[in-house]
Design a protein around this ligand. Structure first.
Ligand code: BG6
Length: 256
């Protein structure tokens, strides 16, 4: 607490980089749990981070869904240097409503960036047989290859239980999350407080292990209520630029 009061926001960021062991921490003022536009500020800061890391030629950017990612999309704008950007969803469906799906975020983001995009049309609930056949479809295969070429990922982080409920997880799934003390979720993976994977939603696209080799991974998550989830996820994945808010950041400091 006291530390958070005494240190300026950028000192808190440096402190957190060290404690979380991540590549970079960017903090916007306020707490998105309490003030709704703070999420937009996270979105704006994420766009700045993304643009700072674009390559001059080709940029395939994989994005996930969620409300924070929707804010990133809302704050997106064309690149002044006109570096080509190409947006794809990071993974197949995870059970979100249309508004919050990666496909939706992807097309909005591309729209606002004046860039192109490709969507992944694989329904969530299909038999293994149908699934196997779908991923062999040329149009889907093509998008999956593009996703494989992504060097930049932008994704949200959520609380395990909140995310499972939002995605209408089955009672067994919910029980499992509880039994394994899952606290965090990031693109279909559930983690306990130690950062161990306790469950993964099976779907196509980028797998967690692949994040380590990405050039740029921007994780967007704010609000005091997400501090524990962010801490757990950061234990698993250190190759991230965390864009968060003061509410989460100050709470995170008390975790260490
Ligand atoms: C999504 C991720 O981007 O954001 C999820 O795929 C994450 O893993 C979710 O949990 C968080 O959503 P929100 O609405 O809290 O930003």
């Amino acid at each position: 607490e006291i530390m958070g009061e005494l240190l300026g926001i950028s000192e808190v960021a440096r402190e957190l980089e060290e404690k979380l062991g991540v590549r970079q921490v960017v903090i916007v003022p306020g707490d998105s749990d309490e003030t709704f536009w703070v999420q937009r500020d996270i979105g704006r800061a994420a766009v700045t981070q993304l643009k700072a890391r674009l390559a001059p030629d080709d940029n395939v950017i994989a994005v996930t869904g969620g409300t924070t990612m929707a804010s990133v999309a809302a704050m997106m704008s064309p690149d002044k240097k006109e570096r080509p950007m190409h947006f794809v969803p990071a993974r197949g469906g995870l059970g979100e409503t249309l508004e919050l799906q990666a496909n939706t975020v992807c097309s909005r983001m591309a729209d606002r960036a004046h860039a192109d995009y490709h969507l992944l049309h694989i329904p969530d609930e299909v038999s293994q047989e149908t699934f196997d056949r779908m991923v062999e479809e040329p149009s889907i295969k093509n998008v999956l290859e593009m996703i494989r070429a992504a060097r930049i990922v932008v994704h949200g982080i959520g609380e395990a239980e909140t995310m499972a409920k939002r995605r209408h997880a089955s009672p067994e799934h919910l029980r499992m999350i509880e039994r394994h003390d899952a606290v965090a979720e990031a693109f279909g993976y559930y983690f306990n407080a130690e950062g161990e994977i306790v469950h993964r939603v099976k779907t196509v696209g980028i797998q967690l292990e692949e994040l380590d080799d990405m050039d740029t991974v921007i994780a967007v998550a704010g609000g005091k209520s997400k501090a524990q989830a962010i801490a757990a996820y950061a234990k698993h994945t250190s190759n991230i630029i965390l864009v968060t808010d003061e509410g989460a950041a100050k709470e995170l400091l008390t975790c260490y």
